[in-house]
Design a protein around this ligand. Structure first.
Ligand code: C5P
Length: 232
């Protein structure tokens, strides 16, 4: 799949979502649907967005026993989504089960990527709560490699980690990177950010942009700016 800008649709209901998507009359953005919207509106919202011509990253971050994840992925694969994800912490058998479940009868499947460590987890949390006594970037790279060896297509990571993930897992292994801002002074609650142009240079395959587009005075102009900087 081509490098692209993914717009995070972090809305709590269909009305807000459509109010936002209706603004895009020209290029239809690749959208990310998270737990909030999916749990509020159910799978029908995914079918409707797809019918409007958008590509979809369904960000549900599955993490359960292999059999449950496999069966859930089989259900999600019927939604005709383009990318979905899980937690690499679910380990190899769960990731392999997910791939099996996701693969349709004709052999096609959405891309499957892994969350390594949440960006809300820092070194202290890793050691204190998870009892993992290794540097966090080593842990992230190990989880990325485990995901790759399980057959997954890529990981969600910071744009600052994209180059190292590619070094560790190969250039073909996808990096999907949130934490994108137009300027460092506009970080919000994201701590480690890059501009779309910097993310491109860092080798990100997809950038995930939420508030810089959704909360912009002119969301379409902000989206077009991301596309211009990231894709050219
Ligand atoms: O508004 P903002 O650009 O910060 O939105 C980024 C999106 O990416 C949000 O939907 C957020 O939940 C998601 N995300 C993230 N960091 C991760 C994984 C997902 O910011 N590690």
């Amino acid at each position: 799949m081509e490098r692209d800008v993914i717009v995070a649709c972090d809305f709590s209901g269909a009305e807000q979502l459509y109010g936002f998507l209706d603004k895009f009359t020209d290029r239809k953005p690749f959208v990310k649907i998270g737990m909030e919207l999916f749990y509020a509106e159910g799978p029908q919202i995914v079918r409707e967005i797809k019918a409007r011509g958008h590509k979809i990253f369904l960000d549900l971050k599955l993490h359960d026993i292999p059999n449950t994840v496999k069966k859930t992925m089989a259900v999600l694969s019927r939604l005709d989504i383009d990318i979905c994800n899980l937690h690499a912490a679910g380990a190899t058998a769960m990731m392999q089960g997910a791939l099996e479940g996701l693969t349709r009868a004709d052999g096609s499947r959405p891309l499957l990527i892994a969350v390594t460590q949440l960006t809300s987890t820092d070194q202290e949390t890793l050691e204190r709560d998870l009892l993992i006594n290794k540097p966090i970037d080593e842990v992230v790279m190990h989880y990325a490699l485990t995901a790759k060896n399980a057959g997954l297509d890529g990981v969600v990571c910071s744009p600052l980690e994209a180059a190292k993930v590619h070094e560790t897992c190969g250039r073909q292994f996808l990096t999907v990177t949130p934490g994108v801002r137009f300027a460092a002074c506009d970080k919000g609650d994201q701590k480690r950010v890059m501009t779309p142009a910097q993310a491109k240079l860092a080798g990100s395959d997809f950038i995930v942009v939420g508030r810089p587009v959704a909360a912009a005075e002119n969301p379409v102009a902000a989206y077009n700016r991301c596309v211009k900087e990231f894709i050219g």
